[in-house]
Design a binder for this molecule. Structure first.
Ligand code: IPM
Ligand code: MG
Length: 368
């Protein structure tokens, strides 16, 4: 298989975790005789420094032509004083918009060897395995905004706005995802206060007649945040707006022990985008302390969901579980008595384990 992949390392720990994902993809290409052409382009703060803009035209252009895009992270203190629209984060938002990506899937799943790092009691954590389907191209992120100064006082606003069509297209994805899983869908809104949420709830409810086999439930976002902490296993697929999904996905990530573990995939009309959900974590830069797992799992989502290479994806994921099972941890998830290693060492251990498991392919049931 021949695929062209654009890598957007970005800022902070972005380049470190992107290297990890690229190493894994390279190994898959090598062992399974694929050709993955990978090219790097600037985005975010790195692009502001190099070109004056967070999403240079060449970057967007290359992404549009690619089969898949991988992004590390954007943002950092250096660019914090820039206004909205000029910041590193705008580069990511423009990229999502420019590629027509309106679906963002964030799977939050307990990794068995990491059960112990969850802040939840084991009986609450259970076999947590949920998917947050976040609307990615609308809502407050892209609504009308502005600011004025009236009588010496500043006022600023952002608008939450959704059309029926925008709600339907993301809900269609969430319903189908739920159909393929345990057929439970929880749509999150704030319909007791917001009219955009009332339209959201009406629209999703109307669609449930088409998806008769999916059990649809609605929940206010404040309650959803509480329920995620109290009894997260009640959820399977969670559907939410852009803003609510951003917040709930960080909250959900904490349940499995670290935001560094959670990957994401975005789909729409253009090339799909894969990115870990963590940020640029500037405080970790240069210490080899970044956790590459969210990034590596984003790469396996790319293999499976963009290229249909599920065998390769499983190869990586099972090897990853064995490395964790062997007691290796990056510093953020290391418990007493475990071997804390740097992110790059962890990735190298994973690569070695991937190769070792090929030698024992039959034992692991691989038909390779
Ligand atoms: C995320 C991030 C981004 C978002 C930022 C970096 C713009 O928090 O992907 O969750 O808010 O979407
Ligand atoms: Mg976020």
């Amino acid at each position: 298989m021949k695929k062209s992949i654009v890598l957007l390392p970005g800022d902070g720990i972005g380049p470190e975790v992107t290297r990890a994902a690229a190493a894994v993809l390279r190994e898959c290409a090598h062992e399974f005789s694929h050709q993955f052409e990978m090219h790097e382009f600037p985005i975010g703060g790195a692009a502001i420094d190099a070109t004056g803009t967070p999403l240079p035209a060449e970057t967007l252009d290359a992404c549009r032509k690619a089969d898949a895009v991988f992004l590390g992270a954007v943002g950092g203190a250096k660019w914090d004083s820039l206004p909205v629209g000029k910041r590193p984060e705008s580069g990511l938002l423009e990229l999502r918009k420019g590629l027509g990506l309106y679906v963002n899937v964030r799977p939050v799943k307990v990794l068995e060897p990491l059960r112990g790092i969850s802040p939840l009691k084991p009986e609450r954590l259970g076999d947590l395995d949920i998917e947050i389907v976040r609307e990615l191209a609308g809502g407050m992120y892209f609504g009308e905004r502005g600011s004025v100064t009236e009588k010496g006082e500043e006022r600023a606003w952002d608008t939450e706005s959704y059309s029926t069509r925008e709600i339907e297209r993301i809900a269609t994805f969430a319903f189908s995802r739920a159909e393929a899983r345990s057929r439970r869908l929880c749509s999150v809104d704030k319909a007791n206060v917001l009219s955009s949420s009332q339209l959201w709830r009406r629209t999703v409810t109307a669609m449930s007649t088409v998806y008769r086999y999916v059990k649809l439930e609605h929940m206010y976002v404040d309650n959803a945040a509480m329920q995620l902490t109290l009894k997260p296993t009640q959820f399977d697929v969670i559907l939410s707006s852009n803003m609510f999904g951003d917040i709930l996905s960080d909250a959900a990530a904490a349940l499995v022990g670290s935001i560094g573990l959670v990957p994401s995939a975005s789909f729409g009309s253009g090339a799909p985008l894969f990115e870990p959900i963590h940020g640029s974590a500037p405080q970790l830069v240069g210490k080899d302390a970044a956790n590459p797992i969210g990034s590596i799992l984003s790469a396996t989502m790319m293999l499976r969901d963009a290229f249909g290479l599920s065998l390769e994806a499983e190869w990586v994921e099972q090897s990853l579980l064995r490395v964790l099972g062997g007691g290796y941890r990056t510093p953020d998830i290391a418990e007493a008595g475990q071997r804390a290693v740097g992110g790059s060492v962890f990735t190298e251990l994973l690569r070695e384990e991937m190769l070792r498991s090929l030698e024992h392919a039959e034992r692991y049931g691989w038909g390779v």
